[in-house]
Structures are given as C-alpha cells and as structure tokens.
Design a protein around this ligand. Structure first.
Ligand code: AMP
Ligand code: ZN
Length: 482
C-alpha cells in the first residue's frame, strides 16, 4: 500500500530505492525496513521431523536462505530463529510404529535435516530451536491465554476460543464470522480447511508421550509451539515470518491469534509465504511415488548445486514445477557460469581497460540488485547475469575485453554467488584438494616434456576418474571439476 501510494506521489523510480516484499497480511508489496535498528528479527517454520525432508520442503527453506543473504547484502544483521517440530501427531504415530521413543526417533531425522540443509548450502539460522526443549514457555503462554479468558477446557485438553479474537482471519483473508464457537477439532494436522477452535494443550491419552505440567499431563498443540518459541527469542513483534503457503491457514492465523491475545501487540509485520513445488506437473504424493529427498536425487547423480540452483531460480511466490529436464538445465546453467568464471580467471586478455565494458558490468549489477530488491525476483536476477555473460563472451571473442575488466566482472560474479552459491563445486568424498590437482597437472606436464606420453595420459585419465577435467589451452592447462 505504501508502495503504491509513493508511486502516486510520483516516485516513478521507486524500484531503484526500495527493498520490498509482498506481505501476505496486507496483500501488497511494501518497502521493507526492520522495526528497530539494523537487526531483522525473523522466524521460519521448520520441519516436522518424522521423515526425510523432500525437495518441496527444501523449497520453503531455500527461500529464507536467499532472503537472509539478500538482507545481509543490503546491510542488515539477522536474528533468525527456525524451529524443529519434534512433538506432533504424525511423529507420535510413526515413532510408536517404529517402537522408538520420541527422542530416539526424531534425532535421526533432525540430524538428516541439518546435514541436508548444510549440503544445500543453506545458511544456518542464528538459532535452531526444538519444541520439546520449550515446554515451559508453551505452558506459560497457554496460562497467559487462560488468564485473559481465551481458553476453555474439554476432556482435559485446553482449547483456544476463536470467538474471543475478532480479527481472526486477517492473514488468510477469510471471514469467519459465521462460524460457531465451541466446535473444535482435536488434531493439529494442518491440512484441514475449516476455521474452528484449536487445541493448545492435549491431555495425555493412553501411552502417548506426555509432560507433567500445571495444565495436567499432556503435550502442546503444534500452533502454540511456534508462537511460544518465536516470542521467547524475538520478542512480541517480529519483522518477518516465513513458511510455505499451506501454513498461512490455519497455522499462522492461529499463531497470530495466540501471540496477539497474549501481548496485545502486532505479532508479525511481514508475512512471507513461499509457493508449492509440484513434480512433473503433479502433486507430490506417496501414491504417485514422486516424493524426492536430496538422497534420492544425489543417488541419481544429480548434484546438490543443481538442486539448489533449480529451487532458487523460480521466484518464491511462483509455483515451481520440478522436472528432471529442469534439473539438467540447472546443471547446464551452472556449467556455463563456471566456464565463464574460468575464462575470466585463466585467459590472457590485452592490457588496458575498456570503459564501456565497465559500464556494462555496472548495469548488470544494478539489474541484478533491483531484481532481488523486487520481492526477491531471482529469475530476473539470473537473466541479468546470463545476458552479461553473453555480452562479455562476445566482447572477449572480439578482443575488446581487456585485462583491467577482469576484476569488476569477477566482483559481479561474486555478488551473484554470494546469493545463489553454486559456483564452487562440492568436494566429493574421496575427492582431491586443489593443491593435489595442481601437483598432478605439474607431473603430467613434466611427463609430456620428457615425452612419456603414456604417463601423461594416465594422469589425465586418473584425474577424469576423480571428476577433474583438463583442458590444454594456449595459455596452459586449465582444469575444472565435473
Ligand atoms: P513440514 O515438515 O511438513 O512441517 O513442512 C515444512 C515446510 O515445507 C512447510 O513450510 C511446508 O509449507 C513446506 N512444504 C511442504 N510441502 C511442500 C511442497 N510440495 N512445496 C513447497 N513447500 C512445501
Ligand atoms: Zn510454525
């Protein structure tokens, strides 16, 4: 709204100045700045750890990674919290089926999740917090709601009375005024489509895991987990809250109802939701057998960088249709980027500086920056990089690119890679360090000089087997990892 108002006031060129995001709460693109000082206080709904996370889940985690990186580029410091939901209906069901305790069961998938996020080069939020380690905070939050009359007890469980919170529905823009209070649902699965009172504290049933608390023996509902942990670390008002679009209702709506009832203050200023990922045009589902984890894809020899690139390349508010062709195209794009970098670093260019190519670099960087400022338009950002590469390659072929142009061009690539982070190949297990590769290349060069071609070929083949490709050029030997 502010954005469009500024436009009316004649800020035609607002795109140049403002970092802005689409806020689900106001349904408009708004200029972003943190509430206080330079620190962005941000919360991301993390995984429910009852299985390996799939690429759809990772889409919702790549997005805050790109967001973090861009906020930092724009000079902000982050205080970012992500939760691990390690107590919840599905977890209880599956851990019981596996004959394991909650802790044993969730530890495996929590560890796998953290390994996967590191493999995908997702920056670690400043704090990763587990629900089971914050039960006292959740109990205190429920007691605060109780005190203000927002709750009622039924069969030992505590429920939130939505009728007491008149602005319920403001995030999902649903009108709930016709819904009868008192009707309730006892599950905290989030794929229900109805707005009803929800459970805050579930009374212990049978042999289910439970905590002895002043609310009785039981466990927290899913929604109170996020409210309590977000407020514990980030205070009453957060700058940004992220999550997949399916979480907006009811999960985030319920987070608002809980937190704002407790503090009387706005809970979140910017709600940012990432769209879903489908696979080859279909919904990911067990029955279709098209749920892919990172392990599934790397076992098919796709690289983590290609997966990262593909997930990051579609702007977060657009639906992403994951295809194997798309993944191959991502690998080709990375190859083009790396080849370009290699050319910049290793080719010999004529001395001097081509001023117009310096300007071309500046224009490319400006276009890249503006694309990311514009609600993280990663597709536009990539377009600016590839147009730049095409123009510079042409200039190089024509001998117009000068030695003095290398540094600014590399600086632009660095800026790109500080966000997309795909240029550096992952070091494979058992792979060679750069120095080892250089030493082997020196050995091959010496063998060739001594006309021991059998030896030289063996070194080349051995390196190829380890994924290192050599290229003999006028300027010497270049190498790259596959
Ligand atoms: P969960 O582990 O089920 O709590 O989900 C973690 C995150 O993954 C949530 O933010 C979900 O919205 C998101 N998510 C789940 N399925 C998909 C999908 N197919 N595409 C994109 N995001 C998804
Ligand atoms: Zn959450």
């Amino acid at each position: 709204m502010i954005y469009s108002r500024l436009r009316l006031l004649g800020w035609k060129n607002l795109s140049v100045m403002a970092l802005r995001f689409y806020n689900s709460l106001t349904q408009t693109v708004e200029p972003f700045a943190p509430l206080s000082g330079n620190v962005v206080r941000m919360y991301t709904c993390g995984p429910t750890v009852y299985n390996f996370a799939h690429i759809g889940n990772f889409r919702s985690f790549i997005f805050p990674d790109i967001l973090r990186r861009w906020l930092r580029t724009r000079g902000y410091t982050l205080d970012h919290v992500m939760n691990i939901t390690d107590v919840e209906d599905k977890i209880i069901r599956d851990s019981a089926a596996a004959g394991k305790s909650l802790a044993e069961f969730t530890e495996v998938y929590t560890k796998a999740f953290l390994e996967d996020t590191a493999a995908l080069r997702l920056e670690r939020p400043e704090r990763i917090v587990k629900a089971t380690e914050h039960i006292p905070e959740m109990v205190a939050a429920i007691q605060a709601l109780e005190k203000e009359g927002y709750t009622y007890v039924s069969d030992g469980s505590v429920y939130y009375r939505i009728a007491k919170f008149p602005t319920y529905g403001k995030l999902s823009h649903n009108d709930f005024s016709g819904i009868r209070s008192g009707a309730r649902v006892d599950v905290d699965e989030y794929d229900k489509d109805d707005a009803r009172d929800f459970v805050l504290w579930k009374a212990k049933k049978d042999a289910e895991p439970a905590w002895e608390t002043p609310l009785g023996a039981g466990r927290p509902g899913w929604h109170i987990e996020c409210s309590a942990m977000a407020m514990r670390y980030l205070g009453a008002t957060l700058d940004i809250h992220t999550g997949g679009v399916d979480l907006a209702f009811p999960h985030h709506e319920n987070e608002i109802a809980q937190s704002e009832a407790i503090t009387g203050k706005q809970f979140v200023r910017f709600w940012l939701h990432s769209e879903h990922l489908s696979v080859e045009g279909q919904k990911m589902s067990k029955s279709l057998g098209n749920i892919y984890t990172l392990r599934d894809l790397t076992a098919k020899s796709y690289t983590l960088e290609a997966i990262r690139y593909l997930l990051a390349s579609v702007p977060y508010r657009k639906k992403l249709n994951f295809t194997f062709d798309g993944l191959k195209a991502a690998a080709t794009s990375i190859e083009r980027l790396r080849n370009f970098k290699l050319r910049l670093e290793s080719a010999h260019f004529p001395a001097g500086l081509n001023k117009s190519l310096v300007e071309r670099t500046e224009t490319a960087q400006k276009a890249f920056d503006e694309a990311l400022d514009d609600d993280l338009n990663t597709a536009e950002g990539l377009a600016s990089v590839f147009e730049f590469i095409r123009d510079i390659n042409t200039a190089m072929d024509a001998g117009e690119f000068k030695a003095g142009n290398v540094v600014p061009a590399l600086a632009f690539l660095d800026r790109f890679d500080s966000i997309f982070d795909v240029l550096m190949p992952a070091v494979k297990e058992g792979g060679l360090a750069d120095q080892e590769i250089d030493a082997l290349i020196a050995e091959r060069t010496a063998a060739k000089k001594a006309r021991d071609f059998a030896r030289a070929d063996k070194v080349r083949n051995d390196l190829a087997a380890l994924g290192v490709i050599l290229e003999d050029t006028k300027e010497g030997v270049r190498w790259k990892r596959q």
